[in-house]
Write a protein that binds this ligand. Structure first.
Ligand SMILES: C[S@@+](CC[C@H](N)C(=O)[O-])C[C@H]1O[C@@H](n2cnc3c(N)ncnc32)[C@H](O)[C@@H]1O
Length: 393
């Protein structure tokens, strides 16, 4: 019996601060997720739902299958708990077994020892079942994570491969780009919906306008990439089914008004290449421009942006001047809302106004604040207007 033929406990990871957005996405897809804990959200589903989660979630980091869970405060318990799992239901005999580990508030914290004990226990269990002396591991890679939190071990099988922020369109790196998953989370946290204009005046390599366009045209974030589980020889081949679902949902005819500007011509060149790869180049406007010249023919709209921050990109005095000037320009767009993510803690002071709301978020490891400025009392929330069609299941 293979685990891929039955009900699965599916675990979705989500970065600190955006778990609620990921949970909302799962609900919009028709699932019933658990509460978020330690950056992971659980739901029940079948193997096809693993593929759907990989394909459709815009803010998730990874999708894993929970294989087993047990308590362990010493290496014997770790070995026995791992070896006690029916690995022959999870792995084919030729699987290339890779083990990663993490530990939080636990007695077992030496990660390399955890990794090697879990691997030994899996190999022993497989060798016993198949009555072989060793495994040749020549097949597809199966990556198992041993996560130990407060002495509780969770063994999961990764199904994503490269992190889900890697959509496949951003193949060239710009200056301090924002993670695609975080960009999408900010867009979903904002009052923007695809009927409203959106501007990113510091768009760099184009991540925010492109992610907004993917939402606006209902293009699934995973539509042009592979997932590790597609290579699993013991899992059903359902990618084509989910790919077809994703393609049916695309709405290229939708009118969207999304613009990105940057002072650096190289950044705009990059943004254009990324927009091209993402298949949205003809749907968004990208142009070299100084934020100081920003204006709009629309009276209402939403600014979502990630301006320069930190010394790597700019000296502090220049940064303060830039934020001051940004505040002045924003003052001329009085019916516009703004969502600004930066790690510079003095942002509000120089921007010249207190945010309606602030939210702590992490751009990779960097602690940032999302400063939210609402021009008028909040209009309809994103998820009230933008309803992702439920999948037929
Ligand atoms: C943190 S980066 C934005 C990264 C972007 N979110 C991405 O994913 O690639 C900040 C950008 O602001 C741009 N910039 C700096 N000063 C500017 C100005 N006065 N007007 C417009 N863009 C500016 C920089 O060229 C840089 O690309």
């Amino acid at each position: 019996m293979s685990i891929f033929d039955g009900k699965l406990n599916i675990e979705v990871s989500s970065a600190s601060g955006i778990e609620a957005v990921t949970k909302r996405e799962l609900i919009a897809l028709g699932y019933t997720p658990s509460g978020a804990e330690y950056g992971r959200i659980l739901f029940e589903g079948e193997y096809v739902d693993v593929l759907r989660a990989n394909m459709f979630l815009r803010t998730a980091g990874r999708v894993r299958i929970l294989v087993g869970t047990f308590d362990a405060t010493d290496f014997d318990a770790l070995f026995d708990g791992t070896a006690g799992i029916s690995w022959q239901d999870v792995l084919p005999v030729d699987a290339k077994i890779v083990v990663t580990a993490k530990s939080v508030k636990s007695k077992l914290f030496a990660l390399s020892s955890v990794q090697s004990i879990v691997k030994k226990a899996i190999v022993k269990s497989m060798c016993n079942f198949y009555k072989v002396a060793k495994l040749d591991e020549t097949g597809a890679e199966y990556s198992i994570e041993a996560s130990i939190i407060e002495d509780k071990v969770r063994l999961t099988l990764d199904t994503s491969g490269a992190g889900l922020h890697k959509r496949g369109y951003r193949t060239w790196l710009g200056e301090a780009p924002i993670r695609e998953t975080l960009a999408s989370a900010i867009i979903q946290l904002s009052v923007w919906n695809p009927d409203r204009p959106l501007i990113d005046p510091f768009c760099g390599s184009g991540t925010i306008p492109i992610e907004a366009a993917l939402v606006g045209l209902n293009i699934a974030p995973g539509i042009q990439r592979e997932f590790a589980c597609e290579k699993f020889s013991n899992a059903p081949t359902l990618r084509a089914v989910v790919q077809d679902e994703a393609e049916q949902l695309v709405n290229r005819d939708r009118e969207i008004r999304i613009s990105g500007f940057d002072i650096n011509p190289d950044a705009i060149k990059l943004a254009l290449r990324h927009a091209d790869k993402a298949g949205v180049r003809d749907k968004i406007h990208l142009q070299v421009a100084d934020m100081r010249d920003l204006s709009s023919r629309f009276s209402h709209g939403v600014i979502v942006t990630n301006p320069p921050y930190g010394e790597r990109l700019m000296k502090e005095d220049e940064l303060k001047d830039l934020y001051r000037d940004f505040g002045k320009v924003y003052g001329t767009l009085d019916e516009w809302c703004a969502y600004v993510i930066t790690s510079y803690m003095g942002f509000e002071k120089y921007f010249g106004r207190r945010a309606t709301k602030t939210r702590k978020l992490y751009n990779s490891e960097l602690e940032c604040n999302l400063y939210q400025y609402l021009a008028k009392p909040p209009k309809k929330r994103f998820d009230e207007v933008y309803k992702q069609p439920r999948l037929l299941r």
